[in-house]
Ligand binder design. Structure first.
Ligand code: ADP
Ligand code: F6P
Length: 473
C-alpha cells in the first residue's frame, strides 16, 4: 500500500493534549490514525531565518514533520492572503475581503518553502493529499521541483460562484495552481458546479463527463467528497457520558430546564450574532420559554490576530450581555457563553443533553458540529437540529429544520418548533439524519478520496504521456 502524506497548515500534534477546535484537524487525525503515514504542516512557531528542514518525530503509526516559518511570511500567508483574502471570498463576504500584493507574494513564498522542505521526505509512489486554502499552489511548486507522483487537494470550505470568485484579483493564477493536482475534492455538488462553471466560462478550460478538466496542457479531476465524522466514536463517547460526573454537573446546573446548544469557532462565517439575536427573539416572541430553556454557546477563540475576529468577539460579548440583561432571572441565566475548547467526550455529553442543536452559519463548507450533534443523541429521545441552508451539511441532513440564517424571526420560530416538537417526529427526523451520518463517515470520505486519487492518473495515462499530462521537470 502506498504511503499517505497529508499536508495541512494546522496539525493536531500528539504533544498537544487539549482538544483542537477546527474541523480539518479533527478529521485528519481520525484519517491518519488508522492508516498511518506522514503529516506535514506548520509547527505553530515563527523564527527569523527559520531552518529549511522541518522537525520530524514519530508518534504511533504517524510521522510528523513540522516546519517553522519566518514571522513576516507567516503573517502574509495566514492572516494576510489565507484568512484576509481567501476566507472571506469563499464565504461570500466580499465586504471583508482585502487583497494586498505583498500578502499574495508571501502566500506563494510559504508554499515554495513548504514544497522545498517536503520534497526530500517524499518517495515517488507516495500519495500526497494537500488540505485547504492555505496550500492551493503547493502542487505547482512540487511539480516545479520535479515531483511527478500523485497529488490531491481537498478544499474544506465553500467554493464561491463565478460572480463572487471573479472579485479575486489573482483568480486565474489560483485555478491554474489547482490544475497541477491530479484530483481536486470539494465538499458539495454546488461547489463543484461553481468551480467548473468558472473554468469553462472564464478561462477556456474544457470539462468532460465525470468532472475531468482540461486546462492548457494539463488534466485533472474535480469531484464532490462530502466530509463526515467518526460516527461510531462519537456515539460511544456520548453513551459513555451517561451517568458520569460531567453529565451530572450539567444536569444539576440546568435544574430540569431544556438546553439548546451551539458549538462554533468564533468566526464571522458562523453567524453567531444572528444566532444570539434569534435566541433573544425566541424569548421575546415566545415568552412561554422564559426560564424554561437555556442556550449554551461554546465558541473557542480563533484567528485572534485578524481584526475582524477581534471585532466579532466584542460584538458577541455585548449581544450576549444584552440578552442576559434583558431576560435573566435571579435563578436563571438564559445564555451561557464559553470561549474555551473542550475534550470530545465533554462536547458529546453537552450535545446529548441538548434538545436543540443550533447550527446557523451564514456559509460553511460542511460543518462537522451538525453531524456530531446528530451522532451524540439518545435514539429513544433525540434532539432536533436547526440547520442553516447555507451549510454544506444541509445537502445531507434532510431531517433537520432548515433555516435561512439572515431571517432572525424565522430562526426563532424554528427554535420554538424544535423545543415543542412531538417525540415521534423528533425520532423520525433524527433517524433520517443519523442514517446519513452513519453511512458517510470520515473513514468512508478518506477511503473514497484516496482510492480515486490512487487511480486517477489511469484515466489520463501516466504522467508525461501522449495525453498531454506533461509535468515540468
Ligand atoms: P470549522 O472547521 O469551520 O471549525 P466544523 O464544524 O466543520 O467547523 O468543525 C469544528 C470542529 O471543531 C468540530 O469537530 C468540533 O467538535 C470542534 N470544536 C469546536 N468547538 C470546540 C471546542 N470548544 N472544543 C473542542 N472542539 C471544538
Ligand atoms: O476548514 C476550515 C479551517 O480553516 C481549517 O483549515 C482549520 O483547521 C479550521 O478552519 C480552524 O482554523 P485555523 O486553522 O485558522 O485555526
Amino acid at each position: 500500500m502506498a504511503r499517505l502524506v497529508i499536508v495541512s497548515n494546522r496539525v493536531a500534534s500528539p504533544k498537544e493534549r487539549a482538544a483542537k477546535a477546527g474541523g480539518l484537524a479533527v478529521a485528519l487525525r481520525e484519517a491518519l490514525s488508522e492508516r498511518g503515514g506522514l503529516w506535514f504542516g506548520w509547527s505553530g512557531e515563527t523564527e527569523v531565518n527559520p531552518p529549511d528542514a522541518p522537525k520530524v518525530f514519530r508518534s504511533g503509526r504517524v510521522t510528523y514533520a513540522l516546519l517553522t516559518l519566518d514571522p513576516e511570511d507567516q503573517r502574509a500567508h495566514y492572516a494576510g492572503y489565507a484568512n484576509g483574502t481567501l476566507w472571506p471570498l469563499c464565504h461570500y463576504r466580499l465586504g471583508l475581503l482585502t487583497f494586498r500584493r505583498a500578502d499574495w507574494e508571501g502566500y506563494r513564498r510559504v508554499n515554495e518553502h513548504f514544497a522545498r522542505a517536503l520534497l526530500p521526505l517524499l518517495k515517488p509512489d507516495d500519495i500526497v493529499w494537500v488540505h485547504d486554502y492555505h496550500f492551493i499552489p503547493l502542487a505547482a511548486e512540487l511539480r516545479k521541483l520535479g515531483f511527478t507522483g500523485r497529488i490531491g487537494y481537498f478544499h474544506h470550505i465553500p467554493w464561491p460562484t463565478p460572480e463572487v470568485y471573479l472579485s479575486l484579483p489573482s483568480h486565474a493564477a489560483l485555478v491554474d495552481d489547482l490544475s497541477h493536482y491530479d484530483l481536486v475534492g470539494l465538499q458539495t455538488e454546488n461547489d463543484v458546479r461553481a468551480l467548473l462553471t468558472y473554468i469553462s466560462s472564464e478561462i477556456h478550460g474544457w470539462i468532460a463527463p465525470g468532472g475531468t478538466v482540461g486546462l492548457k496542457d494539463r488534466r485533472f479531476r474535480v469531484a464532490a467528497y462530502p466530509i463526515g465524522i467518526d460516527a461510531e466514536a462519537f456515539v460511544s463517547d456520548a453513551q459513555k457520558s451517561v451517568g458520569k460526573d460531567e453529565e451530572r454537573r450539567l444536569n444539576e446546573s440546568l435544574a430540569g430546564r431544556m438546553l439548546a446548544v451551539g458549538v462554533d469557532r468564533l468566526d464571522y462565517s458562523k453567524g453567531l450574532p444572528g444566532k444570539f439575536a434569534a435566541f433573544g427573539e425566541l424569548l421575546r416572541s415566545y415568552p412561554e420559554h422564559r426560564s424554561k430553556v437555556t442556550m449554551m454557546q461554546v465558541a473557542p477563540l480563533s484567528r485572534s490576530e485578524v481584526a475582524e475576529y477581534q471585532a466579532l468577539r466584542r460584538e458577541l460579548e455585548e449581544l450576549g450581555g444584552a440578552i442576559n440583561g434583558e431576560f435573566a432571572e435571579f435563578d436563571w441565566v438564559p445564555l451561557r457563553y464559553l470561549n474555551r475548547p473542550f475534550q470530545r467526550a465533554t462536547l458529546a455529553a453537552i450535545y446529548r443533553r441538548a434538545l436543540v442543536g443550533v447550527v446557523t452559519p451564514l456559509r460553511d463548507g460542511m460543518n462537522l458540529v451538525a453531524k456530531e450533534y446528530i451522532a451524540a443523541q439518545d435514539p429513544e429521545d433525540p434532539g432536533v437540529l436547526v440547520l442553516s441552508r447555507f451549510a454544506g451539511a444541509a445537502d445531507e441532513l434532510k431531517g433537520s429544520l432548515l433555516v435561512n440564517p439572515y431571517d432572525i424571526e424565522g430562526m426563532a420560530a424554528a427554535m420554538d418548533r424544535a423545543l415543542t416538537m412531538p417525540l415521534e417526529e423528533r425520532r423520525q427526523r433524527w433517524r433520517t439524519n443519523m442514517d446519513n451520518v452513519e453511512t458517510n463517515t470520515i473513514h468512508h470520505w478518506c477511503q473514497r478520496f484516496i482510492d480515486e486519487l490512487t487511480n486517477v492518473t489511469d484515466q489520463f495515462g501516466p504522467p508525461g504521456d501522449q495525453w498531454g499530462n506533461a509535468r515540468p521537470q
